[in-house]
Design a protein around this ligand. Structure first.
Ligand code: GLP
Length: 250
């Protein structure tokens, strides 16, 4: 792997791709320190400024992280989340060999606000359970989730241990069957409060995932807003051709 100086692709960009490839191929392993700026300059015959820009961008993208006074290291791989499967946080983490847990920040029975009411297809003020949890994997904060659950459907979960258990498992035990969900993704910066809970810098990138979940009768009963750490999450999808296949313009 080398940098092609005659290429129109900027040198910092080429270096980024090289480092990314080394991480992908595990030539540089999770938690390992990357070579120093000087070593990278010498090895690839490029300037310090070029190296700095490449490393800074990879830090911003969550591929590398910096530790004050120690150096730059390879970050943990992002959790891959396929878009088409309806799973719970607990399932997602267990499938990856991680131990899920939660801190219950708030649990309240209250009247639905305008947004939750609209998403759940009920009148404003309809009784809902609002559950705010910090979700952790192997003790590390991954996401903040606020669920609004129709009281009539989900009241069976009140009083259950939602810190140590899966909401979906508790719902299932209470006889609620999940049939489908609709989900959207948006890029957002984290607020100061969210940053403190998630252990990231305020303003860093996050994925805002909104989900409306339906029961077996086709009734929406759960509206959730989740803020997932952008440096730990990656959404994947399998795409199949639609009716009209897109072709590149000639
Ligand atoms: C995911 C979804 C949420 C859902 C939660 C249930 O995190 N984004 O919409 O409420 O899973 O998770 P669990 O059953 O682990 O509590």
């Amino acid at each position: 792997m080398r940098i092609d100086k005659s290429s129109p692709i900027p040198k910092y960009h080429q270096l980024k791709e090289i480092i990314r490839e080394m991480v992908e191929q595990e030539e540089l392993k999770e938690g390992e320190m990357i070579p120093s700026e000087r070593e990278l300059c010498e090895r690839f015959g490029i300037s310090r400024m070029t190296v700095r820009q490449a490393v800074m961008e990879l830090v911003n993208e969550g591929v590398l992280y910096r530790e004050q006074g120690r150096g730059t290291f390879v970050a943990a791989r992002k959790v891959q989340q396929p878009t088409a499967r309806l799973t719970s946080f607990t399932q997602d983490m267990r499938e990856r060999g991680m131990e899920p847990s939660s801190e219950v920040l708030e649990v309240e029975v209250e009247g639905a606000g305008p947004l939750a009411a609209r998403r759940l297809g009920v009148e404003e003020g309809e009784r809902v359970i609002r559950l705010r949890r910090l979700r952790l994997a192997d003790g590390e904060p991954m996401a903040l989730e606020t669920s609004h659950l129709l009281y009539e459907v989900a009241k069976g979960v009140l009083g259950r241990d939602l810190a140590g258990r899966s909401l979906y498992e508790e719902l299932s035990a209470a006889g609620v069957e999940i049939s489908r969900a609709e989900q959207s993704y948006e890029a957002v910066p984290v607020s100061e409060e969210e940053a403190a809970l998630l252990g990231v810098e305020p303003g860093s990138a996050a994925l805002l995932i909104e989900r409306v979940t339906y029961d077996a009768g086709g009734r929406p009963f759960e509206y959730v807003r989740s803020t997932y750490r952008g440096d730990r999450y990656r959404i994947t999808a399998t795409l199949t051709p639609g009716d009209r296949v897109w072709r590149p313009p000639h």
